[in-house]
Every structure is written in C-alpha cells, then in structure tokens.
Design a protein around this ligand. Structure first.
Ligand code: SME
Length: 160
C-alpha cells in the first residue's frame, strides 16, 4: 500500500527520499511495465507542479510512449525530434526552461511551460528510452533536478 510522505525542501534530502520511494515502489520490480508505471506515479506525487511524468522507449529506431501520468500524449517521436528525440540524439539530458523557446518542441498539453528529459541508460551507457517530465511553471526544473533524476533512473538500468 502507498503511504503518503512529506518530501523535504532541501534538494539533497529531497532526492534521497525520492530514491528511497522509487526503490520501494519500483526498484525491486522485475517487470518493466510495472516498474515504469509506479516510477511515473511516484514522480508525479513528488513534483506537484509536474503535469506529465513518464517514459518514451526506443522501439525500432523511434521513441514510443510508455507508462506515464498525465494527459494523453503523442505516441511516437522520431530520432532528433522534439525535446525527447533531441535528448536521444545528443545523448544527454535536456532541461528546457521555457518550451516556447525550444525549436521543435512537441506540444502535448498547452499548460506545459517547462520540461526535463533524461536518457535511460544501459550498463554499457547506450540509451534505451527517456524519462520526460513537464511542468505548468516556467523554469520549474533545474540542473540540480537533472543530476538528481539522472541518479534516480539508474534504478531502471536493469531494464535496458
Ligand atoms: N514535449 C515532448 C513530447 C512529449 S510530451 O511532452 C509528453 C517533446 O518535445 O519531445
């Protein structure tokens, strides 16, 4: 059963608690869909201003929508397209302060103002998908979030 917790304000403490929660509800699971579904649920609770949190997974050389929390979204994203495809092509996380200013951003919800995309890596460093989070607030995600979330998605390495 899920037990509501209060997330600490301090960013270091926040990410320690978040990793514990992700470990509790997703880390031990061996089924990819089950783990990614609970992972997106935990993230959407931890980031109250995130209006979308979920996954796109590499399938036949494109990104295909995976488990998520939020409004229905585009199901397929080409290599290099949008923020997600850019993270995949450039092989690095994208922190987008204002989606209006990101050329090629794929809008799924007109309430979204900022976004963060983190590549999911296999133990050999190659990418098998991305974590995507959107927020209703401009500049909601910071470089500290990039670092914290990069650490969190390591819990999913075994699915790569
Ligand atoms: N905005 C993303 C598309 C996915 S939705 O945000 C859920 C992008 O530009 O890749």
């Amino acid at each position: 059963m899920y037990i509501d917790i209060e997330y600490p304000k301090d960013r270091g403490e926040f990410y320690k608690t978040l990793r514990d929660q992700l470990g509790l509800y997703a880390g031990e699971e061996t089924d990819e869909t089950a783990a990614l579904a609970n992972f997106s649920s935990v993230l959407s609770i931890a980031f109250p201003k995130a209006n979308w949190a979920g996954f796109y997974l590499v399938r036949n050389n494109e990104l295909v929508l995976g488990p998520f929390q939020g409004r229905p979204a585009v199901t397929r994203i080409a290599y290099g397209a949008g923020v997600c495809g850019t993270a995949w092509r450039e092989d690095r996380a994208q922190v987008v302060e204002d989606v209006e200013c990101f050329s090629g951003h794929i809008a799924c919800d007109c309430n979204t103002h900022s976004e963060i995309v983190i590549p999911l890596r296999r133990p050999d460093g190659s990418t098998w998908g991305v974590l995507d989070m959107d927020s209703v607030e401009t500049g909601y995600f910071t470089d500290a979030d990039r670092e914290g979330l990069e650490e969190c998605v390591r819990l999913l390495e075994k699915f790569g």
